[in-house]
Design a protein around this ligand. Structure first.
Ligand code: NAD
Ligand code: UDP
Length: 347
């Protein structure tokens, strides 16, 4: 068993992305050493420059693809990591339906090269970004970790596949410490308004779409159906502040540094909000009105999805603390200060 050193060195894959950059900030604040590897396929290096500005600490950054074996071997030869937090992956459900091979190659292929590199370097501690999408259309809500794994799209199937690979790895060698985190719906931004979600093209997810309507980049929101079996007929989800999520990674990291074993936790608030409730909350936070129209249901959508987060509290002592109003306020601060995301300003 390794005693935690606050100076433990952590490799963060996908650390320039939305959740990764917020987690890097919290890791540095907690005293961990961080190296980021990211191929910038869905991120800007500016996110890390801004984390540096916020923390006063330079962040070693390697621009590489996880599937590039020689780059990964070199990365592990040049550094002595204590653990890995693995965010890197493609995440758009719709795109995964039209480009399944690219999703399997990137998400599963990238993870395999990462795990090979870790085994070769003798590093057996990893925290992995899975998703509530592995539950598909759940039989009941709230969803606990024992619920059936039945993803309904290629993206979700790549996550379920990686979970199986990690299970096999833990079985093969119990000295591995593996934490699998099933996130519900991350939204919001760091309180500073300097980092946040910066989707490329048309946002797939609700909160970034609403934020772009509020800031005037899009005319109106399409609400995908008002005939769901929920309190107002619109889809209900468990929105989770990205800073709470980032802190969940710090807690998870501490756990994998402390003891071997394989565990899986939901990271969500345990409370669901409908699309109309999120629109109203965002209107309050921004002082702007959000024009919307009800359109047909989106293919593959489900009525309700929210977590039973009790296991994360019991295992990690983690619970989400930031309410929906704060998620909207912080998301709005980021969006209004950076109307075009990281492209809005230099530096
Ligand atoms: P993101 O796209 O902002 O971050 C992912 C990062 O990984 C990006 O910076 C991208 O450039 C990088 N990347 C992708 N493929 C890579 C590769 N082969 N090699 C190196 N870098 C690569 O996404 P995010 O929202 O920060 O999500 C992080 C992780 O959390 C992803 O694995 C995602 O599937 C998972 N997740 C996200 C959500 C969500 O709603 N945002 C929900 C559940 C799970
Ligand atoms: N949604 C919507 N319009 C949009 C995007 C999303 O009405 O432009 C709805 C969607 O149908 C779901 C909820 O908002 O009920 C959350 O969708 P998101 O894609 O953010 O998360 P997911 O469905 O993947 O949990």
């Amino acid at each position: 068993m390794m005693k935690e050193r606050q100076s433990a060195q952590i490799l963060v894959t996908g650390g320039a992305g939305y959740i990764g950059s917020h987690t890097v900030l919290e890791l540095i604040t907690a005293g961990f050493g961080v190296v980021v590897v990211d191929n910038l396929s869905n991120a800007s290096e500016q996110s890390l420059q801004r984390v540096t500005e916020l923390t006063g600490q330079a962040i070693p950054f390697v621009n590489a693809d996880l599937r590039d074996r020689s780059a990964m071997v070199a990365l592990f030869q040049m550094n002595r990591f204590d653990a890995v937090i693995h965010f890197a992956g493609l995440k758009a459900v719709g795109e995964s339906v039209s480009k399944p091979v690219a999703y399997w190659d990137n998400n599963v292929g990238g993870t395999l090269v990462l795990l090979e590199s870790m085994e070769r370097a003798g590093i057996r501690r990893i925290v992995f970004s899975s998703s509530a999408t592995v539950y598909g259309d759940p039989q009941r809500v709230p969803i606990d970790e024992a619920a059936a794994i039945q993803p309904t799209n290629p993206y979700g199937r790549t996550k379920a596949c990686i979970e199986s690979i990690l299970t096999d790895l833990a079985t093969s060698d119990p000295s591995w410490a593996i934490g699998t985190l099933r996130y519900f719906n991350p939204v919001g931004a760091h309180l500073s308004g300097r980092i946040g979600e910066d989707p490329r093209g048309l946002p797939n997810n609700l909160m970034p779409f609403i934020a772009q309507v509020a800031v005037g980049r899009r005319e109106r929101l399409s609400v995908f159906g008002d005939d769901w079996d929920t309190r107002d007929g619109t889809g209900l989800r468990d929105y989770l502040h990205v800073v709470d999520l980032a802190l969940g990674h710090v807690d998870s990291l501490r756990r994998v540094l402390q003891s071997p074993g394989h565990w899986t936790v939901n990271l969500g608030t345990g409370t669901g909000y409908t699309v109309l409730e999120v629109i109203r909350a965002f209107e309050r936070a921004s002082g702007r009105s959000i024009p919307f129209e009800i359109v047909n249901r989106r293919s593959g959508d489900i009525a309700s999805c929210y977590a039973d987060p009790a296991h994360a509290l019991a295992l990690l002592g983690w619970r989400a603390e930031r309410p929906l109003d704060q998620m909207c306020e912080d998301h709005w601060r980021w969006q209004s200060n950076n109307p075009s995301g990281f492209a809005s300003t230099q530096g």
